[in-house]
Ligand binder design. Structure first.
Ligand code: GN1
Ligand code: MG
Length: 365
């Protein structure tokens, strides 16, 4: 608690800190909203980085700075069409000009500006919202499309690399024989049935059919900020996983998050389904800005990407449940099992609607 208050004081732009509260639903880092008695900047975001996950947090900050500087210059050279607001999050500095602060116990803290007049949602409300979420990802990729991916450091090795997740799953399974239950059996079998296909994106990358680009890594619905007044998307936040990757990870993640109207935390996992109409809206918004830089090969793997990233997240949650919840924060012992089942059901629904989803993608090319 003392460290939390001290951390808030390190980054506060001006004024006095009047409140600090937990904020958002992050599964990895701890996030707080700090309120100040300063009219010009009433809030900022304070975060404690999970250094078990991000082993080199200073490199995460380096990527954030590379990213913001690139986008700032790009927007200066080629401003957006009038009437469109787009915000890039700003890293706050400490009094001695550092982009982070390490507390006496070794925790890594950082401050980020709060985007005024905006909010995010856990699920997509309607078709318009869907288009805006897709637009936001398209804008993000577009603004980075001329940044060589080598300019970004790989801050989370193995992130979205399916063979690595399967390998880790096998290791965990070898060490922790899970207690049998219908849900666990379902998960075990679900994974086995998809194992052979699961390297599809990494294989395509290996064959040179897909190439690395700067990606967001975590473009789920609640990372897209919506302007309260206009309802337009104005930013994508949570830049921890900005690094080289396949745009397919991002598109897949955006769709698996956006097209699941019950949301990833629902307890009604048996009711989960993928909504193709929302996928059409998201892709429409996305392609309005991404069409120019997607190749024919990129389109070929879009369906696989949606199916794979849902499966991948299910596998990651399931493995973490078996391992004893060491990666994702959990509110109860079976929380990550419940989350895994949601993603597996979503994957099943995607598979059942393969034809419809493929034809939506085809019609949009
Ligand atoms: C994690 O912590 P959060 O909520 O921003 C995870 C993502 C998952 C997401 C699922 C670094 O993101 O990959 O898609 O949970 N981030 C990391 O909600 O593993
Ligand atoms: Mg995240």
């Amino acid at each position: 608690m003392d460290n939390l208050v001290s951390a808030a004081h390190q980054f506060k732009p001006q004024g006095e800190v009047i409140a600090i509260e937990e904020y958002g639903n992050g599964n990895v880092n701890d996030t707080f909203l700090v309120t100040l008695d300063f009219k010009e900047e009433k809030h900022f975001i304070l975060q404690r980085i999970n250094t078990q996950v991000f082993r080199r947090p200073e490199l995460v900050m380096l990527n954030m700075r590379t990213f913001s500087e690139h986008v700032r210059q790009r927007l200066q050279r080629a401003p957006l069409s009038p009437g469109r607001r787009w915000e890039v999050v700003r890293v706050l500095l400490t009094e001695d000009g550092q982009d982070h602060w390490i507390d006496p116990e070794g925790s890594f803290w950082r401050g980020i500006n709060f985007i005024d007049g905006s909010q995010s949602f856990e699920t997509i409300k309607d078709i318009e919202h869907g288009k805006e979420v897709g637009f936001a990802l398209g804008m993000f990729h577009n603004l980075l499309s001329d940044l060589p991916s080598e300019k970004l450091v790989d801050t989370l090795e193995g992130f979205h690399i399916m063979p690595r997740y399967l390998h880790h799953y096998d290791e965990v399974l070898a060490q922790n024989r899970p207690r049998k239950s219908p849900e666990v059996d379902y998960g075990l079998q679900f994974i086995e049935e998809r194992r052979a296909w699961a390297n599809v994106l990494e294989n395509a990358k290996g064959q040179g059919r897909l190439r690395l680009r700067p990606i967001h890594g975590d473009p789920k619905v609640n990372n897209v900020m919506m302007d309260n007044a206009t309802g337009q998307a104005i930013s994508i936040v949570d830049l921890d996983t900005v690094k080289p990757g396949l745009v397919h990870y991002d598109i897949g993640d955006c769709l698996r998050s956006g097209c699941n109207p019950l949301g990833e935390e629902t307890e009604q996992w048996e009711m989960v389904r993928f909504d193709p109409e929302l996928s059409q809206a998201i892709l429409q918004g996305y392609l309005s800005l991404a069409r120019d830089f997607l190749t024919q090969n990129d389109y070929e793997y879009l369906y696989d990407a949606v199916r794979l990233i849902s499966f991948e997240l299910g596998l990651r949650f399931f493995t973490d449940y078996l391992e004893g919840n060491v990666y994702f924060k959990a509110n109860h012992q079976k929380h990550n099992l419940a989350r895994a089942l949601v993603q597996f059901k979503l994957t099943e629904s995607i598979e059942a609607q393969k034809k419809a989803i493929r034809s939506i993608i085809r019609d949009m090319r």
